[in-house]
Ligand binder design. Structure first.
Ligand SMILES: NC(=O)c1ccc[n+]([C@@H]2O[C@H](COP(=O)([O-])OP(=O)(O)OC[C@H]3O[C@@H](n4cnc5c(N)ncnc54)[C@H](O)[C@@H]3O)[C@@H](O)[C@H]2O)c1
Length: 440
């Protein structure tokens, strides 16, 4: 049997040893899905707290149930380690490490590079590697292929196999999960795509093969760029509607009654999360290197990045209309997670809103049922969520709804507040003709 046939047999018969590098929001659900499909999974992460928790059968990701982790740990199908040398025993490795931006806005490839360097130390024949981290088109071929194969004299597609599969997990979502969201898979060679598809098909309901790693990398960037640009469009629509004195939420709801050719996006205080504000910038960065300017991305990014400033400007004006200055006023920010009902604050526009309010001299507090503490990495400030939210609402001059968590009793908040600025339309009908409320 060839190396490829042997590996396929091991994968199909669930005898392959699987490693997941990076046990975060993407890696842990993936490790659990592989484990529940009967594969032997080892999670590898330099974060010893995560590793200890997993080995004690405890989940730290809200979408992954502790019972699921405990069952897999007890059955021996899931273990975790900080020791990368275990990679020498692995047949199949998924890489799910972070891909943030540097402070300059350029891609930070350091995690992909360090994970690849660790993998390279223990490379051997008969292994399949799938990169899942979102990145610029060409990364799998330009960064992983030389380090793992070419420089080590291993022929990709024969001695070992390499593919890219974009991650689509949407934290907090229950209908579409790692298990049932279709997975695009693109190999460096045809054989690479075939092996990786067979592996993932053993655990995930639908795998959609494409002809190359680059097509798979670009598909992910299309998905997120599509969202970013459409959010940019409705954010600008919100600004235009304010100039026109038209209710943007009514306009969007009306347009959304069209059963075809329209997709509903909603405006807000800015983009957040690890994907939508970041991934398109990986694409525009790559295109700049090819002397091409990704204009839609640049324009949407400019509009979206300015939304926290726009929101603070609207609050400032609204308070002025009420005879108040922002300087010296008590302002309570409700919700700092980047989207409702999750505990993730990465890239959240709330951080910018709070920073801008502070710069205007407001006395800012925040409440978030999911996030007890926040700190702004670059500006260096730290804050704790207020303990008694309703007490804070009552004593604040303004309340700004930045994240529309479902836990809030919005009627009680409006009732108790002196003024509410709703940047998410969390209040819906409660906002209508209410002199205490202004909406984006
Ligand atoms: N979170 C999402 O909703 C989401 C959705 C789609 C795509 N993605 C993409 O998936 C990738 C992972 O994102 P995430 O949200 O899981 O990140 P995360 O920060 O939650 O987890 C990443 C994990 O990788 C670990 N790590 C760092 N360096 C490592 C190394 N050299 N080797 C092994 N592990 C290492 C970290 O300790 C951390 O536990 C990113 O590229 C992200 O853009 C994320």
């Amino acid at each position: 049997m060839s190396i490829k046939e042997t590996l396929i047999k091991k994968l199909q018969e669930k005898e392959a040893r699987i490693a997941v590098l990076g046990l975060g929001y993407v890696g842990l659900p993936l490790a659990v899905v592989f484990g529940e499909a009967g594969l032997h999974v080892t999670g590898i992460d330099p974060d010893s707290h995560k590793v200890d928790k997993l080995n004690n059968g405890i989940s730290y990701i809200p979408d992954v149930k502790t019972e699921a982790v405990a069952a897999l740990v007890n059955s021996g199908n899931l273990t975790a380690t900080t020791d990368f040398s275990i990679l020498k025993e692995m047949d199949a490795v998924s890489i799910c490490v972070p891909t943030p931006l540097r402070q300059t806005g350029d891609p930070d490839m350091s995690f992909i590079v360090s994970a690849t360097d660790e993998m390279a130390k223990y490379m051997h024949k008969g292994v399949v590697v799938v990169l899942q981290s979102t990145t610029y088109p060409g990364t799998t071929r330009e960064v992983l292929l030389p380090k793992l194969g070419t420089e080590r004299g291993l022929t990709v597609g024969e001695d070992w196999f390499l593919a890219f599969s974009p991650e689509r997990v949407d934290p907090g979502r229950e209908d579409w999960t790692t298990l049932n969201t279709p997975k695009v898979m693109g190999g460096i060679t045809e054989a690479c795509g075939e092996v990786a598809t067979i592996w993932y098909e053993g655990a995930i309901k639908t795998v959609y093969p494409v002809s190359s790693a680059e097509a798979a990398e670009m598909a992910k960037l299309l998905e997120n760029t599509f969202r970013m640009i459409n959010i940019g469009l409705v954010n600008e629509l919100a600004i235009m509607c304010e100039h026109l004195g038209v209710d943007v939420w009514e306009v969007i709801d009306a347009a959304a009654t069209k059963p075809f050719g329209f997709m509903k996006f909603t405006p807000g205080p800015g983009l957040g999360g690890h994907c939508i504000p970041i991934d398109p910038l990986y694409l525009s960065w790559k295109m700049k290197a090819l002397k091409y300017n990704a204009r839609f991305i640049d324009l949407a990014s400019e509009i979206n990045t300015n939304m926290p400033r726009y929101v603070v400007g609207r609050v400032l004006e609204a308070m002025n209309d009420r005879g108040k200055t922002l300087k010296g006023s008590k302002v309570l920010v409700l919700g700092v997670a980047y989207k409702p009902n999750i505990d993730d604050v990465r890239e959240s526009p709330a951080l910018d809103v709070i920073g801008l309010l502070q710069k205007k001299g407001a006395e800012v507090a925040y409440h978030d049922p999911y996030i007890p503490h926040i700190h702004h990495e670059y500006d260096g400030w730290k804050m704790d969520s207020v303990e008694d939210m309703m007490k804070a609402v009552k004593k604040s001059d303004a309340v700004i709804i930045v994240t529309d968590h479902k836990d809030y009793d919005y009627a009680a908040i409006v009732d108790a507040a002196k003024f509410v600025f709703d940047s998410r339309n969390a209040l819906g009908k409660l906002a209508k003709d209410n002199p205490k409320v202004e909406r984006l």
